[in-house]
Design a protein around this ligand. Structure first.
Ligand code: MG
Length: 408
């Protein structure tokens, strides 16, 4: 089995409403690059990468000389060809490699008649629980959704999502408004869902001192963990020394050097693994194994994926023994997907690990065309800007936070 072609297509898939976060806004759609790798036996493997447009597509196509003739079963060779760590100063290719590796694992699994999780050692669970991912949202006039800002509005949003999907864990994406606003919303969520677990993630927007103050104010709640309240290993280590809630990160530890430092410094308790940011499903799995051996907790990070990358997250969740928390996914905010059968369904707050060989999902070519056309019409967006505040940049704390317009 040898690779004979590599294709990349940018798509934009609508969200129910624009999602606000500490660094900006997702402007009502997710833009992704869908990667197809074809082999000489006519099989096609699927990959996915965040962002899109010419630069992303050309980034994938530029690796053709590395890929044509490569056997997709040789996954470790693929990693060293594209991501040789000694060349990483010059070649920052982790996310490109991830998208290509997903497709090669898909091909390898299809060839052998096994699932991607089987290539990692097999499945320990057949479904993965997910958290409701609660964002402050701008209202979307097309869907009539969104507009959450106050504690009451966020609790109502969480109730709707729990009724629809069965979530038993709730994650508040904070950092848009001042820390005390997030605290008020988080306390309201805890009061509304006393049997469910909680987590809060202000995307590193708070100072260490605010992080300690808010952390102490939530210690009595049923917290899974306290995610990235402030920036960096040292800041998080200081917070951890004052606050009796396990801490978590998807920002301060995204490679093995940082993971080693985190373990040595005893800086952060739980590592959120991302199949894209860590450079692939196998790299994320390796990091999870290191965490398991060193008694660190893990969870699964979401980078705004469609069904192909979601499948990689499900296979990762299936294969890791120490996944003791619900995974994150933005998935329920999407209105559609580009895989056959439409969006993978939630049941009881969980999504089943796909049953078919490889990643277990297939492209719906009509949807791919439809959402490639949508991207051609609407283009991309700047993740770190806010269309409702065109002069705003995420800067020092006093200029970072929006003021809530609504009052109780
Ligand atoms: Mg996070």
């Amino acid at each position: 089995m040898k690779i004979v072609d590599v294709r990349a297509t940018t798509v934009a898939v609508p969200l129910e409403a624009p999602l606000r976060h500490a660094m900006g806004t997702h402007w009502g759609r997710f833009v992704r690059t869908i990667v197809e790798i074809e082999t000489d036996d006519g099989a096609i493997g699927l990959g996915e990468m965040g962002g899109g447009g010419e630069s992303a597509e050309n980034g994938i196509r530029a690796l053709k000389p590395y890929l044509l003739g490569h056997d997709p079963l040789q996954l470790e060779q693929l990693y060293w060809k594209i991501c040789n760590p000694t060349a990483s100063l010059y070649n920052n290719r982790a996310q490109l490699h991830a998208a290509i590796e997903f497709a090669c694992m898909d091909l390898a699994g299809k060839r052998l008649g096994v699932r991607a999780c089987d290539l990692l050692g097999g499945s320990l669970r057949e479904s993965v629980p997910f958290a409701s991912y609660l964002f402050y949202r701008y209202p979307d006039p097309k869907t009539g959704r969104g507009g959450e800002e106050t504690a009451e509005e966020m609790v109502s949003h969480a109730r709707t999502l729990k009724a629809q999907h069965g979530f038993r864990t709730h994650k508040l994406k904070g950092g848009v408004f001042p820390p005390d606003h997030d605290l008020e919303v988080y306390l309201a969520l805890a009061a509304a869902f006393p049997g469910d677990s909680l987590r809060i993630d202000p995307n590193t927007a708070w100072s260490v001192e605010d992080s300690i103050r808010i952390g102490r104010a939530i210690e009595h709640l049923r917290n899974d963990y306290y995610e990235d309240p402030c920036w960096g290993l040292e800041g998080m280590r200081r917070v951890r020394s004052f606050v009796k809630v396990p801490t978590a990160t998807n920002t301060a530890v995204v490679n093995f050097e940082q993971l080693a430092a985190c373990i040595r410094l005893d800086a952060i308790d739980v590592i959120l693994l991302d199949t894209t940011f860590w450079g692939g499903l196998r790299e994320a799995w390796k990091a999870g194994v290191v965490c398991e051996k060193f008694q660190r907790g893990i969870s699964v990070h979401s980078s705004g994926e469609l069904g192909i990358q979601l499948a990689t997250m499900l296979h990762l969740g299936a294969a890791l023994p120490n996944l003791s928390f619900a995974a994150d996914a933005h998935y329920h905010h999407l209105t559609d997907d580009i895989i056959q059968g439409g969006k993978l369904p939630y049941s009881g707050g969980e999504i089943a690990v796909p049953a078919g060989p490889g990643l277990g999902v297939e492209l719906d070519r009509d949807k791919l065309r439809q959402y490639a056309e949508l991207y051609q019409r609407e283009g991309g967006y700047q993740y770190d800007r806010d269309p409702e505040r065109p002069e705003w940049f995420s800067m020092v704390p006093e200029r970072r936070f929006a003021q809530p317009k609504k009052r109780r």
